[in-house]
Design a protein around this ligand. Structure first.
Ligand SMILES: [Zn+2]
Length: 248
């Protein structure tokens, strides 16, 4: 038996208390993300006074996109850092959405939208990437005269996404393939148009519009929830599939 001095007992107790405190803190902290974790920004379309499609319905596009983003985040956040551009029913400027992704130096950004009948039919989705063809016209060659001058005057912000167009196009193709392979969607297409919320995104970025959003009357709330869960699962899997091609 070893005699223990009172001071040693005090130190031992202090150490045990400290270790206990640290383990409690450890339980409170979120688990460390794996080293290959990506930073993903999900952008629920619309918000606040801007309800989007299904305006006046109990459950408009702005609610659908937020619920969808939250469900996708829940499926991915054990392995990745997932940030939403909005987590409440608030109005946002398009540029602020891209600004958050730029600030976080995210690996990819997905803006979420939903269509309602008659603008869609069945379980379809379109993956858009930003493509402002006007920016590709060399100065002085425009047949529309003033176009070259207006391009030269465009702020750099409007041209940030063009730098990543090739990667965004690849991202769109991968998402389309994965979502199309899942049984959730009947038809997934890729399209390119000028996208105001993404033109300032200095990273690979796409806009996914899913359809047809369920017109959520109180009686079909369960069907809406099921649709959201299935769409979220398909999109989360598609994002995981696309990540190796984006994360360096
Ligand atoms: Zn929309």
């Amino acid at each position: 038996m070893v005699a223990i001095k009172p001071l040693t007992i005090f130190r031992t107790r202090a150490l045990v208390t400290l270790l206990g405190f640290l383990s409690v803190v450890g339980l409170m902290l979120p688990p460390a993300l794996p080293s290959q974790a990506a930073v993903i920004v999900l952008d629920p379309g619309h918000g606040g006074n801007d309800s989007g499609a299904g305006r006046g319905n109990e459950f408009a596009e702005k609610q659908f996109t937020l619920a969808l983003a939250q469900k996708i985040a829940a499926l991915l956040e054990a392995r990745h850092r997932v940030e939403l551009t909005r987590t409440a029913d608030v109005q946002m400027e398009p540029a602020d959405r891209a600004a958050l992704a730029n600030h976080l130096r995210a690996d990819l950004m997905i803006s979420l939208h939903a269509a309602v009948a008659p603008y869609c039919s069945g379980r379809t989705a379109t993956v858009y990437y930003h493509n402002d063809e006007r920016l590709k016209i060399p100065f002085g060659t425009s047949s529309q005269g003033s176009l070259a001058e207006s391009d030269a005057d465009r702020p750099e912000w409007d041209r940030l996404q063009i730098r990543h167009q090739h990667q965004s196009q690849n991202l769109a193709a991968t998402l389309k393939q994965s979502m199309g392979d899942s049984e959730t969607f009947d038809n997934v297409t890729v399209s390119s148009v000028p996208l105001v919320p993404l033109m300032g995104a200095d990273l690979p970025a796409v806009l996914v519009e899913v359809g047809c959003m369920h017109p959520a009357a109180p009686t079909n709330r369960q069907m809406l929830e099921q649709q959201l869960n299935q769409y979220a699962a398909s999109l989360a899997k598609a994002i995981e599939t696309a990540l190796p091609g984006l994360v360096q």
